[in-house]
Design a binder for this molecule. Structure first.
Ligand code: CA
Length: 233
């Protein structure tokens, strides 16, 4: 990690065993942690302790994880706080809402603490990579995307894409490792005023994979949620 200051992670979880386990593994990896058992406490701690990332359980007393996520995203000073949600398998619709509300990633319970730590590190790496918000080119293995020339090349050979395919690819390349729901993709690529269905996204992803075979394995379909561009090539 570039900075020498240990990163602080706020663990928001009302089940003490899970919270302790997460704390133990994160601290073993050099992170500093603080803990909150309710959404309200967490909200106050965010304001006073300025954590670098939040691990947020969905099911919480007083204010649940979704509500807290929404509150934080709506305030400029916490809008960019990285959030990893902890969700249960039967909370799939909540997971979708959480991602729409701006959670950066999610881990499904029961989870291995090591896997969660890996996600935390991956998210920090991703954030460090994307601090440059306006690159002029994006690369993914042998794929090179020139945003000023509006050109895509694989191993130097130009691939012809439609405007929407180009937009979709750009959005995926800007968010490697992040689950993007069909609605998020529709909004970012087609715009909020587009009245198409989420199937439009599936059709374009399929075409993109056909035109760029390099992506056929790398664009992963996440069951009932959306898509993710694998961050390991
Ligand atoms: Ca809980």
């Amino acid at each position: 990690m570039a900075s020498s200051r240990p990163k602080t992670i706020l663990i928001v979880e009302d089940e003490p065993e899970i919270a302790q386990l997460v704390k133990l593994y994160l601290e073993k990896d050099g992170f500093r942690t603080s803990m909150a058992e309710t959404g309200l406490t967490a909200q106050k701690m965010v304001a006073t302790e300025h954590p670098d990332l939040m691990v947020l359980d969905l099911m919480l007393p007083e204010m649940d994880g979704l509500e807290l996520c929404k509150v934080l995203r709506n305030k400029p000073e916490t809008a960019l706080l990285p959030i990893i949600m902890l969700t249960a398998k039967n909370e799939e619709s909540d997971t979708i809402v959480g991602l729409e509300l701006g959670a950066d990633d999610y881990v499904t319970k029961p989870f291995s603490p090591k896997a969660l730590v890996a996600r935390v590190k991956a998210l920090f790496r991703r954030l460090e990579r994307t601090t440059d918000q306006s690159p002029t080119a994006l690369t993914y293995g042998s794929l090179h995307m020139d945003l000023t020339k509006h050109e895509v090349r694989v191993k130097g050979k130009e691939v012809s894409l439609t405007a929407k395919e180009f937009g979709l690819l750009e959005h995926l390349l800007r968010n490697p490792g992040r689950v993007l729901t069909r609605d998020m993709l529709l909004n970012s690529v087609w715009g909020y005023n587009y009245y198409g269905t989420t199937r439009t996204v599936d059709v374009h992803v399929r075409r993109l994979k056909l035109k760029v075979p390099l992506l056929s394995e790398s664009i992963i379909s996440i069951k009932s949620l959306g898509y993710k561009l694998s961050d390991h090539l």
